[in-house]
Design a protein around this ligand. Structure first.
Ligand code: C5P
Length: 223
């Protein structure tokens, strides 16, 4: 039986890494919903859309088409914004600095959640984000809520970002993570929280292999 696996948690907890590995093992589709909010943010920044103006946002959303493609050589899932591959651009700090503000907007969430729910029609899906187990798929067969020590998360994200931009500092990364976690947890629309029936995975001291093994055990139990 194919199931839906919902993975939520704080920023830089390794949600996408685990989700990707699970999808690979199970031959499921992997969807990184953070990439969707980031691509929407990139569009709004490029088009100079005021985040205070609902009409402008609604107009902009009409012009946004998102889709994922798997890169034929690397096997990586890549996101396209109106047919442009924006997988790299969405990782820029300018997007990271604005994405939580954008993701708190009701109209933006309605737009993204509708697409995410459509993707779940066929099961066999691993989706990671902040509201997957609570809002997008409240009936998901397996829900995992990931967390890790904040300093460990800062170091992990710093390493990732440093590879793209060597000018980045640890403090910039720390500030961005703290701010996003705060906004994501305290917003009115679908705040980040652990679903009552989500399994807790604190991976501060766990290897990738150990996390995957545990999650696969949970999958077996959920089927
Ligand atoms: O997962 P990632 O860190 O790339 O997500 C970027 C931002 O997108 C988060 O900080 C959050 O504000 C927003 N997000 C969200 N709901 C989701 C996924 C991401 O609000 N399901």
């Amino acid at each position: 039986m194919k199931i839906i696996i919902a993975i939520d948690g704080f920023s830089s907890c390794g949600k996408s890494t685990l989700a990707k590995e699970l999808a690979e093992q199970l031959h499921y589709t992997f969807i990184d919903t953070g990439a969707m909010y980031r691509a929407i943010t990139l569009y709004l920044i490029r088009e100079n859309v005021s985040l205070k103006n609902v009409e402008e946002i609604n107009e902009a959303l009409k012009n946004i088409h998102l889709h994922f493609e798997t890169h034929p050589e690397t096997g990586k899932s890549e996101i396209y914004l109106n047919d442009e591959n924006v997988s790299r651009h969405i990782r820029d700090m300018i997007v990271a600095d604005k994405v939580s503000e954008v993701a708190a907007i009701k109209e933006v969430r309605t737009f993204a959640v509708a697409q995410q729910q459509k993707m779940g029609k066929r099961k066999g899906l691993v989706m990671d984000g902040r509201d997957i187990g609570t809002v997008v798929f409240p009936d998901a067969e397996l829900k995992i809520f990931m967390t890790a020590d904040p300093e460990i998360r800062v170091k992990r994200r710093f390493q990732e970002m440093y590879a793209i931009n060597p000018d980045i500092t640890l403090d910039e990364v720390r500030h961005n993570l703290e701010l996003r976690d705060y906004i994501d947890s305290n917003r009115e629309e679908s705040p980040l929280r652990r679903a009552d029936d989500a399994r807790l995975l604190d991976n501060s001291e766990m290897t990738r292999e150990a996390q995957l093994k545990l999650a696969l055990q949970w999958v077996a139990e959920a089927k």
